[in-house]
Structure formats: C-alpha cells, structure tokens
Design a protein around this ligand. Structure first.
Ligand code: OAD
Length: 251
C-alpha cells in the first residue's frame, strides 16, 4: 500500500474519481477553531481525568463538578467559529452525489459550517438527557447557570430526575442509528476521509476496515501519525484547515 506520497496527482485523482464519499472526523478538525483535542499534549484528558469527567460513575459522584466542566465547554463551543476545514467539508457535500460525514465531535461546528448529510456518533454537548426516562432536550431550553451547585442541577421537566450531557461516555454504547449509518457509508463508499482523529476509540478501526474491505481509497489528514494511519493510501500530514481547502481548490 502506498503511504502518503508526494504524488499529489494520484491524490487529486482519487478525489476527482470519487462518487460516494464517507468522512470520519475527530477533535482535530475543530482544533483550528480553538477547541482542544483530547489526547494531544494540551488535550482535555491531560487536564481532566476521564474516569471522573467522562463516566456515569464519575458523574453520579459529583454531578455539579462534572456539569461545570461541560458548561464551560458549551460556552467555549458557542464562542468558536467553523474553520476552513469545516467549510470545505460542507462544500464537498454539495459536490458528491453520495456523501456522509460521521463525526465523533460533540460540538456543532460542522452543522454551523453547513454540513447536512451528517451523523454524530458521540452525541451532542448542546443537548441534555434525563438519566431516568432518557428524554433528550436542547440545552438552550433550560436556563443553565454559569456555575452549578447541588440545587441548580438540571432536572427533567417530565419526571424530575437528574439530567446529564447527551454525550457518549466511557463504557457506554454508541447510539445505534448514527453508527449504522456510518457503517453503511463505510461499506459503500469509494473514498473515505479520516480527519483529525487519533483513532484511539474503537469505532474508527471498524469503519476503516469496512471501507478498505469494500475497495475504497482511504485518505487521512492529520499532522501526526495515529492508530488509523496504516489504513490510509494517502496520509496528508498537515492541519486540516490548511490541507483540505488546498486539496479541494486543486480538484
Ligand atoms: P484525540 O484527541 O484522540 O485526537 C485528536 C487528533 O487530532 C490527533 O490525532 C491529532 O494529531 C489531530 N490533530 C490535531 N490538530 C489537528 C489539525 N489542525 N488538523 C487535523 N488533525 C489534527 O481526539 P478524537 O480522536 O476525536 O469522546 O477522540 C475520540 C473520542 O475520544 C472523542 O470523541 C471523545 C474522546 O473521549 C467523547 O467525547 C465522547
């Protein structure tokens, strides 16, 4: 298998010849919008222990502390803007007849850039979910305080139980509907783009294997080599906000 190469013509040909594109993004695609990744040196999991801040057990032990972390993330996301990588992916969607973007990101920058044919496989930090009845609400429907204490935690309007951020935590299943859409796209695409993910979380392996097994070309855009790089026919070792607009412009 060719690794990333200086052979830009082959790379461009892959984009030009594709009809069915499947894009898989991670935190790196939002890095140039100022949002931290998880596992890089300045990543979230270096600052916050994921067992405390990204498990149901950690949440139940200290919901106000965990909510405060996600509340500050909600505000950071609200202030961030889509970057050229998000915008280019939204343009690509308009071009290809078959297209799906599956993101692991819980921010809304793909949507704000104009992506529509997309699924979120790790949930959405802008939504909150009742831990008892499972009802999901838009966080904007609630008057969330800047800082939570035990008395101001969000409660379900239906059943009064505690609510949590509607995202996938460690030890939890990925929601079936978006995951199946991603699997289906991986199995039928002729080009899979892997952008800004370390690939440390298990879905990435499966999706790349499906795509490869069905004969797709795989292009990875990531300044660093990661767990999925060995699947890639082309690895573009650059920030997504620089590489994607440049490649798309040349197509
Ligand atoms: P990681 O933090 O594991 O990986 C981020 C990746 O982005 C790394 O491979 C970086 O090299 C790369 N990167 C950094 N800057 C970039 C840039 N400008 N352009 C392109 N790539 C860049 O984040 P994820 O792979 O998304 O789960 O992590 C997967 C999941 O683990 C997350 O969805 C999160 C976490 O636990 C939930 O929040 C549910």
């Amino acid at each position: 298998m060719e690794k990333y190469s200086a052979d830009q013509d082959q790379l461009l040909k892959t984009f030009r010849n594709a009809c069915h594109v499947f894009v898989f993004t991670g935190a790196g695609v939002s890095r140039e919008s100022g949002l931290p990744t998880f596992r890089d040196l300045d990543g979230e999991w270096r600052q916050y222990d994921p067992m405390t801040f990204a498990t149901m057990e950690g949440f139940l032990q200290n919901p106000a502390m965990v909510w405060n972390m996600y509340r500050s993330r909600q505000k950071q996301i609200a202030e961030a803007q889509p970057n050229p990588a998000h915008i280019t992916l939204a343009r690509m969607e308009e071009h290809y007849p078959e297209f799906l973007l599956a993101t692991q990101n819980v921010d809304d920058l793909h949507e704000r850039a104009g992506s529509r044919r997309m699924v979120k496989i790790h949930g959405d930090v802008g939504q909150i979910r009742c831990i008892d009845c499972g009802e999901i609400y838009d966080a904007r429907e609630f008057e969330l305080p800047d800082e939570f204490d035990e008395n101001t935690l969000p409660k379900c309007p239906d059943c009064s139980a505690l609510c949590r951020p509607n995202i996938v935590w460690f030890g939890e299943y990925v929601p079936q509907e978006p995951l199946m859409a991603a699997v289906n796209a991986a199995c039928t695409c002729d080009l899979m783009l892997i952008i800004g993910t370390s690939g440390e979380v298990s879905n990435g392996y499966g999706l790349a294997e499906y795509a490869l097994g069905h004969g797709a070309k795989i292009v990875e855009v990531n300044p660093s080599e990661g767990a999925l790089t060995h699947y890639a026919h082309f690895w573009v070792p650059e920030p997504a906000g620089i590489a994607l607009p440049r490649i798309w412009e040349m197509c």
